[in-house]
Design a protein around this ligand. Structure first.
Ligand SMILES: Nc1ncnc2c1ncn2[C@@H]1O[C@H](COP(=O)(O)OP(=O)(O)O)[C@@H](O)[C@H]1O
Ligand SMILES: [Mg+2]
Length: 323
């Protein structure tokens, strides 16, 4: 069941300290139904603290929380859930010993104070929730057997099942591949079309621009920019997050083409880890090697250091072929 009634949620002048350190110093933010609101900011800027306050996990030191037509000095997790606020934390808070279906349905049983739980009813509740967000996952599997992306979708299905009106997602794309991010964005757009407000926490500018309508940028616990996404370009977002002008000139490496390379790797192969890898590095260069988990980055580095056996190809250090 996804609610179709609208919800406005705002916080005003929220202050929160941990010990002597101020995490938030007077933050205001407002979110409405059908909006994907980006909460952006560098690490440590206060994003997680703010959403924990809005979800009733932390109490603010001062400030006002306005949820629907009610005003709170602090919110309990139960009050937040009753108003339709759900959070998907970075660990998803799923119960590892239960199946995906049980994870989705259990809170509904608890919420409804049900005395009887049948396997059939559980599967029905969970399948409906999964169908509603339009994904295909085997819900009879224990959650430990699901990928990170699927676990996240199970957490979203659970939230929508609890009548979510406002969904907070804390850095949801961190551990996902580009394909999984696309699927997540499709789901976010679907629940958006049903009138749910989503607060999308991120510091990745391309993703923010792709999925969000509105934005609040935090820096050192303060709002440094907010407004409509269309009024912000990548430069403005980056500048707001860092407080620094963005360097737009392309840096060309100060290299001479005939300089002696420090490392030359030609066509090295070590199946199944990698095959036919070639690159070279000159003095003063920094070479980045990137790829998804399991793509062979580690084995490549180990092979260059002689720890991982290569089958063919050659490695030269300062022009000298390595044995
Ligand atoms: N439970 C906590 N105890 C002490 N300090 C905390 C706690 N949670 C957050 N902080 C501090 O508050 C600041 C903001 O953190 P956080 O809200 O996690 O930032 P973000 O999510 O933007 O990375 C940081 O300096 C962090 O160290
Ligand atoms: Mg955080």
């Amino acid at each position: 069941m996804i609610s179709t009634t609208t919800l406005n949620y705002s916080v005003e002048q929220i202050v929160k300290s941990f010990g002597g350190a101020k995490a938030l110093s007077g933050v205001s933010m407002s979110v409405s139904s059908g909006e994907v609101h980006c909460l952006a900011g560098e690490n440590g800027s206060g994003k997680s603290t703010l959403i924990k306050i809005m979800a009733g996990v932390h109490s603010p030191d001062s400030g006002v929380i306005r949820l629907a037509d009610k005003e709170f000095a602090r919110l309990s997790p139960r009050e937040a859930v009753q108003e339709g606020v759900q959070v998907i934390f970075q660990d998803f808070s799923l119960l590892p010993n239960l199946t995906a279906a049980e994870n989705i349905a259990l809170p509904t049983y608890i919420y409804e104070n049900s005395k009887f739980i049948s396997k059939k009813a559980t599967l029905k509740i969970a399948q409906e929730a999964i169908d509603l967000i339009g994904v295909d996952i085997d819900i009879s599997l224990p959650v430990t057997e699901l990928s990170i992306a699927s676990k996240q979708l199970i957490a979203i299905a659970r939230a929508t099942n609890l009548g979510v009106k406002m969904l907070f997602m804390d850095e949801p794309t961190t551990a996902l591949t580009r394909k999984e991010i696309n699927r997540l964005f499709e789901v976010i757009n679907q629940i958006k079309a049903r009138g749910v407000a989503t607060v999308f926490v991120s510091h990745k500018i391309d993703e923010i621009q792709e999925i969000c309508n509105t934005i609040t940028v935090l820096r050192n616990g303060e709002v440094v920019a907010d407004g409509l996404m269309k009024d912000f370009g990548p430069k403005e977002i980056s500048q707001a997050m860092t407080g620094q002008d963005v360097l737009t000139t392309r840096i060309t490496p100060p290299l001479k083409p005939n300089v002696q390379k420090v490392l030359e790797v030609s066509g090295i192969t070590a199946m199944p880890a990698f095959s036919d890898i070639s690159f070279s590095i000159a003095p003063g260069e920094i070479l980045g090697v990137t790829g998804l988990l399991g793509s062979g980055r580690t084995e490549l580095a180990e092979a260059i250091f002689g720890k991982y056996q290569i089958e063919s190809g050659e490695i030269k250090v300062n022009g000298v072929k390595m044995p």
